[in-house]
Design a protein around this ligand. Structure first.
Ligand code: SF4
Ligand code: SF4
Ligand code: SF4
Length: 301
């Protein structure tokens, strides 16, 4: 059924312009996002681990009192922090290979459950409220280990290393039994809860969630214009965010910029701080992706 919001959206094939339904529009947006995620996954898979290596390097050097040099890892870290401060966590939503893996595992399981006509189960509400704090403990714990020169004790336990080996089709796990086990547990978590690792465990995600984001490109909604009792955007959101209202300076650090809320809103009521931008325009998404990819390639990710 055609809604007021999707009126005006058109398909590009054929001379006669055909209006798309909201469902079709969301489907095309999902495919577009998938294509971008896949390209980053194939060609630039190690940005998140490189950036985190930069943070670990800083704390290791602080612990030994040595000079912190601007290494390649630090450059990538700075790029992602500055980029996130400007555009929000677009990197997490569209470019991080580990985040994309989580999206695909979860979507696949949801698809299987749908085929089997089974209802997906969510973690208990209380747990969903508490678990996001865990990522700060992971971050704090690993940085303390770096500071005191003990990080080496955990060699072979990093699931990101296991993922990198799998991505490179290297299957030498002799020293990575613990890392492999953790990786498998994370995969189970990814299957059970959308963005499980990102929300609950990722130390790089903890850092990104603390970055203050400039308001022009962060998402917000015109709350007074919302439908009564509507919470469709929060329900579809992997982080269950209630978006800030227009005019508020608050920015949600746990927003992955996945754009799902924009697609689901029945009133087209969600947009960037710069109100003329909705935030899910194809050109705007493409510009952000190309800019990020270009800068990463320039820095040798
Ligand atoms: S939270 Fe971590 S794993 Fe998830 S997308 Fe962001 S950097 Fe990647
Ligand atoms: S659904 Fe919206 S608010 Fe939630 S993470 Fe995605 S873009 Fe952010
Ligand atoms: S989905 Fe749209 S109308 Fe519904 S609460 Fe969110 S912003 Fe408001």
């Amino acid at each position: 059924m055609m809604t007021k919001e999707n009126a005006g959206k058109t398909s590009l094939n054929g001379s006669k312009k055909k209006k798309l339904t909201k469902k079709q529009t969301v489907k095309i947006h999902n495919l577009f996002r998938f294509a971008i995620q896949l390209l980053f996954f194939i060609f630039l898979p190690s940005a998140y681990s490189s950036a985190y290596a930069g943070i670990k390097y800083i704390f290791t050097k602080m612990g030994t009192g040595e000079l912190i040099e601007i290494t390649a890892f630090i450059r990538i870290l700075l790029l992602l922090l500055i980029y996130t401060a400007v555009f929000g966590r677009f990197f997490c939503g569209f470019s991080c290979a580990f985040g994309s893996l989580g999206d695909w595992v979860y979507s696949f399981v949801q698809w299987v459950l749908k085929k089997m006509k089974k209802k997906p189960r969510r973690l208990p509400e209380r747990l969903l409220e508490l678990l996001p704090n865990l990522k700060y403990l992971v971050l704090g714990g690993s940085l303390l280990m770096c500071f005191f020169g003990k990080y080496g004790m955990f060699s072979g336990t990093n699931p990101w290393d296991v993922f990198s080996m799998l991505h490179a089709l290297t299957f030498r796990f002799d020293r990575y039994a613990a890392g492999l086990l953790l990786f498998l547990l994370i995969l189970i978590g990814m299957a059970a809860e959308e963005r499980f690792f990102c929300k609950f465990l990722c130390p790089m995600g903890a850092v990104f969630s603390l970055v203050p984001v400039l308001t022009p490109f962060s998402l917000r909604r015109n709350r007074p214009a919302c439908l009564k009792k509507c919470s469709a955007c929060s329900k579809v959101c992997p982080s269950r965010i209630g978006l800030p209202n227009d005019g508020e300076l608050k920015v949600e650090g746990d927003c992955f910029q996945c754009q799902k809320c924009i697609g689901v809103c029945p009133k087209a009521n969600i947009h960037c701080g710069m109100i003329l931008l909705k935030g899910d325009e194809y050109w705007f998404t493409a510009v952000r992706a190309l800019l990020l990819a270009g800068l990463m390639v320039y820095l040798g990710v």
